[in-house]
Write a protein that binds this ligand. Structure first.
Ligand code: NAD
Length: 444
């Protein structure tokens, strides 16, 4: 293949969940893409044909794009990595696009840490050619992009805010079946970016940069609110004797409400909801506004994680020396992402109480450095001899497991705390276990 065909029309900073999925899917659509990352371990893994994290479908989309010569990887410091996209495959758009998909984690104060974004912008302000359009996929607080756009405009570089809504665990499918594509910026730049998505059947919302940024935060805050709301109703269920599974199912049948995100449990986690709700709360306070509702959502979520620990203390007394299994270390099924995972947090709380904790997850690895914690390779091994098990992630293999055989491996009170309200309560009771859940009557 000639060099001109390999020259990237699209450069992406960040080979994480968003950057790699964006790169793979844009390549699949026929664009030539180069993904840059500062993590050489990730680049080595990609060079060896290994996706650096688990994401369904991503392996084969990446493999196809690489085999077709449309997707390459590099370190930003490597020679030519920052050169503006010089040539394009026939039919490819003439505008060089640079996507930013680097992390925006929380600072200790709760604000969005923009240092990775700033590094990339500083670099682009030096190296990108006039006519380039920078596309911001990283989640950045409202107001961030207008300042960046003004700076880049001085060099003739365009800027579009294009927040990403994909979910880990279904990221590739979400790319093609997104509910909307949001593009904030000047019309000419927005139109240019929209051409890249012409094969996606979704409405395109055109707006200003700050509105696009706020759409992302508002969406995550609303979904988090739904989760904390149903968890508040679950608490009322426990007080009144109602069953949240029946209540939530019937409430969700109202089409104005909908059934999604109405499952009570130990709360949301992951790399987005916790940090984005904190960042929006921080921004509100910074601007002198009290977003009371959002603060309550965050507080309720923190409380939910303590429920299993409190329940075990109520049933077992002092937890020092008690054996407890955590089932599910990823923050949700179909991902290996353990960032802000409830399961990991609960494990740490139990360890702080002196419990002996085993953990199992079908994919995710525990990052807990504590001699009282044992990561197990199987569900059976994790449950061997434990007094209690906490289901922290609703992995299908936990739901379909033979709980009568699993309960037999446990010892003592054989408590199963179903933190996701997904197990068969009767089967656990029949096997001699004690079933506890969130917002449901316990047995016995
Ligand atoms: N993960 C999600 O489900 C999701 C969904 C929507 C939006 N987002 C947002 O997208 C952004 C990226 O999230 P993610 O989960 O993909 O992050 P991630 O942590 O998985 O990946 C970020 C990558 O950026 C790289 N990086 C950092 N600085 C760099 C630089 N200067 N040059 C090149 N690479 C650099 C890191 O090494 C890392 O590999 C965040 O702002 C996040 O909030 C994430």
């Amino acid at each position: 293949m000639k060099e001109s065909l390999l020259s990237p029309a699209i450069t992406i900073y960040g080979a994480g969940y968003v950057g790699l999925v964006t790169g793979a899917c844009l390549s699949k659509s026929g664009h030539t893409v180069r993904v840059l990352d500062i993590d050489r371990g990730k680049l080595d893994s990609l060079a060896a044909g290994k996706t650096p994290f688990f994401e369904p479908e991503l392996d084969h989309v990446l493999a196809e794009a690489i085999a077709a010569g449309r997707l390459t990887f590099a370190h930003p410091d490597d020679a030519c990595a920052d050169a503006p996209a010089p040539a394009h495959a026939p039919g490819a758009p003439a505008t060089p696009f640079v996507y930013i998909a680097v992390g925006t984690p929380s600072t200790a104060a709760g604000s969005a840490d923009l240092r990775f974004v700033r590094d990339v912008i500083d670099r682009l302000a030096q190296t990108a050619s006039s006519g380039t359009v920078v596309v911001m996929k990283s989640t950045v607080p409202p107001g961030t992009g207008t300042a960046i756009a003004e700076r880049l405009a001085q060099r003739g570089i365009g800027y579009v805010s294009n927040p990403e809504f994909l979910r880990e665990g279904s990221a590739v499918a979400d790319w093609y079946h997104t509910d909307r594509i949001v593009l904030g910026g000047q019309a000419a730049h927005v139109d240019a970016v929209a051409t890249l998505y012409s094969d996606i059947d979704a409405p395109v919302v055109r707006c200003d940069i700050t509105s696009a940024e706020l759409v992302k935060y508002a969406s995550n805050a609303f979904l988090a609110t739904k989760i904390s709301f149903v968890n508040e109703i679950a608490s009322l269920c426990e007080i009144t004797g109602a069953d949240i599974t029946a209540v939530a199912a019937a409430v969700g049948m109202d089409h104005r409400i909908g059934p999604d995100f109405l499952r009570a449990g130990i709360g949301y986690g992951g790399s987005c909801f916790p940090k984005d709700t904190r960042a929006l709360d921080y921004l509100s306070r910074f601007k002198g506004y009290d977003f009371n509702l959002l603060r309550a959502v965050i507080e309720v979520n923190a409380r939910q994680r303590m429920l299993p620990v409190k329940a075990l203390r109520d049933r077992l007394g002092d937890l020092a020396g008690q054996r407890v299994a955590i089932l599910g270390l990823a923050f949700k099924p179909d991902t290996d992402d353990t960032r802000e995972s409830p399961g990991m947090d609960i494990a740490r709380m139990l360890l702080a109480e002196g419990a002996l904790v085993t953990g199992f997850d079908p994919i995710a690895h525990a990052h807990i450095d504590d001699e009282q914690f044992t990561a197990c390779d199987t569900l059976e091994a994790a449950l061997e001899g434990v007094a209690a098990a906490i289901v922290a992630t609703e992995w299908p293999c936990f739901v379909s497991a033979d709980w009568s055989a699993l309960i037999a491996r446990m010892s003592g009170p054989r408590i199963v705390f179903d933190g996701r309200n997904v197990l068969d309560q009767d089967a656990i009771h029949a096997a001699g276990g004690t079933y506890l859940a969130v917002g449901r009557p316990s047995t016995p």
